[in-house]
Design a protein. Structure first.
Ligand SMILES: Cc1cc2nc3c(=O)[nH]c(=O)nc-3n(C[C@H](O)[C@H](O)[C@H](O)COP(=O)(O)OP(=O)(O)OC[C@H]3O[C@@H](n4cnc5c(N)ncnc54)[C@H](O)[C@@H]3O)c2cc1C
Length: 476
């Protein structure tokens, strides 16, 4: 099927070096686990020419966490030597100077990219970890106890055989998920309505938004944002700020769950007149209100303005909220009417994981079982296939995948989504994955090695860092 290709074997592949994949590498370096992982063989594969930040820095919005959250891992004493150059970095001091405020994600991106490059340079130089940048994972075959990871670099294919695979390639927003979600609520969109993914819109400048939607505003077309989370309120603000000057007067926000606001404690919530369920909305461990699902920082300010005044932030654009949980027939009817006449629908209803083709050794396709907000995975991010069988050795925890709430850390009972964020990537989420990968590699190392015959040839066409594998003349 693939003709002649180069093959390499390793213990672990980290596929995708965005904040999630890098979070695992930061944590492995911080805790010393990187040495053991590298002993078994560790290859990092990323599509980008400058791996380390993924999409986070592209979003033209404010973070939903304070600067301190991004600095926490960087100031660990174990990382002092690696991160020493950050003391001279403008990007670092910009975040340090707003460690108790929510910074712009573009600023977070600059810091994390610099920090990631220091970590990658260090582990490549000191632990013989291989970094394959500009290399695309195209297909993964789960064959018995091994993963066969097909990668493409400048038009050439290579296969990596690995005992474990940490796969965080980011997320996507499937319009079909939006349509079936609406259908389940008895709602539908007209065939010509443009469904736009918030993921791409949130990465656009105000001018780009005006260029894209100017003609719709001029024709009096209606805009609807679907969702009620951080992304939905960020979208509401970006679109209102960009299009107010060219005549946008109103945006509809269609949401299923109530709009949830975050408060440090119940007293603060009461003082702000916020109505919440004292059991379902309060984390029993931290006492925080809507700890996981509540709007924070800039999105919280926009959310409050919308709830209290009906306007988007400080703009003169009105926000019309319509809740479609089925409890209010008038709101359902109004939402149906709004959607029937929608010119633009902005999808802010969460993410699905971006995955390469996944197959079993016999060629049959594998689809991963999904739950609200991500994948049906165990605490180490190990997913299930559709039949409920766990794919041991495969770990996903980034955007679109997430992890279930850790009962020891707590969350509000009303939160049914998955947890992900940079702090988790640097700490709890990746810690469990590292332990699980190392346990698996140790188990295999204690078994007798299978006999494999490989034919060696010179690897023309691949850059030096990729050479070192074996040419294979077989089909998969
Ligand atoms: C709008 C928005 C705002 C957010 N704000 C915050 C916040 O304020 N604070 C916070 O902690 N979290 C935030 N998050 C959550 C999360 O931290 C980010 O989504 C983060 O970017 C997720 O990292 P990731 O590595 O999973 O995905 P990505 O950032 O998308 O990175 C994916 C990586 O995989 C690589 N890749 C993709 N396809 C392939 C392929 N086929 N082969 C090889 N490599 C590939 C890419 O080059 C990239 O490096 C936000 C998320 C969104 C959507």
């Amino acid at each position: 099927m693939y003709g002649k290709f180069l093959e390499t074997s390793t213990g672990c592949v980290v596929g995708g070096a965005g904040p999630a994949g890098m979070g695992l590498l930061f944590n492995a370096l911080r805790t010393g686990a990187i040495a053991e992982m590298a002993q078994y063989g560790l290859i990092i594969v990323d599509a980008s020419a400058t791996p380390g930040i993924g999409r986070l820095g592209d979003y033209q919005i404010t973070a939903n966490s304070v600067g301190d959250v991004f600095l926490d891992c960087l100031r660990d004493p174990a990382m002092a030597e690696v991160f020493a150059p950050l003391q001279e970095s403008e990007a670092y001091w910009r975040i340090r100077n707003q460690d108790q405020q929510a910074p712009l994600l573009s600023q977070v991106g600059e810091l994390l990219l610099e920090a990631s490059q220091l970590v990658l340079d260090h582990i490549v130089a000191h632990y013989s970890v291989q970094l394959w940048s500009e290399t695309l994972i195209t297909e993964v075959i789960c064959d018995n106890d091994e993963y066969h990871i097909w990668v493409e670099h400048r038009g050439q294919m290579q296969r990596i055989r690995s005992r474990s695979l940490v796969l965080n390639l980011g997320g996507r927003q499937d319009p079909q998920c939006l349509l079936s979600g609406l259908k389940a609520q008895g709602l539908a969109l007209p065939p010509l309505a443009a469904i736009r993914s918030a993921d791409s819109l949130l990465r656009m400048s105000p001018q780009a938004l005006r260029d894209t939607f100017g003609p719709v505003v001029a024709q009096g077309g209606s805009f609807s944002v679907i969702g009620g989370s951080h992304s939905a309120f960020s979208m509401l603000e970006n679109i209102a700020v960009a299009l107010e000057s060219i005549g946008l007067e109103q945006v509809n926000l269609i949401h299923r769950s109530p709009i949830r606001l975050f408060y440090e404690n119940v007293e603060q919530a009461h003082a702000n007149g916020y109505v919440f369920d004292p059991v379902a909305d309060v984390c029993p461990i931290s006492g925080r209100v809507n700890r996981s699902g509540g709007l924070r920082y800039r999105a919280l300010a926009v959310g409050r303005e919308v709830l209290e005044r009906g306007f988007v932030g400080t703009t003169s654009v009105r926000a019309r909220l319509l809740q479609v949980d089925g409890s209010d027939a008038a709101q359902m009817c109004a939402a149906s009417e709004v959607l029937q006449h929608a010119a633009v629908v902005m999808q802010c209803t969460g993410y699905q994981p971006l995955l390469p083709l996944l197959r079993r050794g016999d060629g049959t396709a594998i689809s991963l079982r999904q739950v609200t907000g991500g994948l049906d995975s165990d605490p180490s991010g190990c997913p299930c296939d559709d039949s409920g069988k766990r794919l041991h050795g495969l770990h996903l925890f980034g955007l679109g995948s997430g992890l279930g709430v850790d009962p020891l850390l707590g969350s509000e009972p009303s939160f049914s989504g998955r947890i992900y964020g940079v702090w988790q990537f640097h700490h709890d989420a990746s810690r469990v994955v590292i332990d699980s990968v190392l346990q698996r590699l140790a188990d295999f190392a204690s078994r007798p090695a299978p006999q494999v015959h490989l034919e060696m040839e010179v690897a023309h066409g691949w850059p030096e860092r990729l050479v070192g594998g074996d040419w294979i003349e077989a089909a998969t």
